[in-house]
Design a protein around this ligand. Structure first.
Ligand code: ZN
Length: 129
């Protein structure tokens, strides 16, 4: 068994070209991090990078996290973010309900759900460039 393994190892050494020597080409150099594994911030690009940068500032421009809880009263309505002047919103009035009450929410107006009485208000949000 050991003899067969030595033969196999020798055959592999002859078949696979050596890549660790200088003649095989330039060595790969990691430029972004001094540690072995780059962090998420170092690897992120595009939209993911914008989200991570906003998260560091304590912002949530793309509504990635769960919405904050509001009382739903007229004085403390549920705030619904939108980049437009209006948004279609659904109210799940009771947790056991089997349907959703859908309604349009317009900027500047507080809407009251006709079944449960919860209040909703549209909040204009700007998408970062
Ligand atoms: Zn409702």
């Amino acid at each position: 068994m050991a003899g067969r393994l030595r033969l196999l190892a020798g055959a592999l050494q002859r078949a696979v070209p050596r890549v660790s020597g200088r003649a095989a080409g330039p060595l790969a150099v990691r430029t972004m991090s001094s540690s072995a594994i780059p962090t998420d911030e170092e690897q992120a690009t595009g939209l993911e990078r914008k989200i991570l940068e906003a998260d560091k500032r304590g912002e949530d421009p793309y509504s990635c996290y769960a919405p904050k809880k509001y009382a739903g009263t007229k004085e403390d309505p549920h705030l619904v973010p939108s980049t437009e002047e209006m948004r279609f919103v659904g109210c799940i009035c009771d947790e056991d309900t089997t349907y959703i009450n859908w309604f349009w929410l317009f900027k500047g107006k507080v809407h009251r759900c006709w079944e449960c009485g919860a209040h909703y208000k549209l909040v204009h949000e700007k998408i970062p460039d």
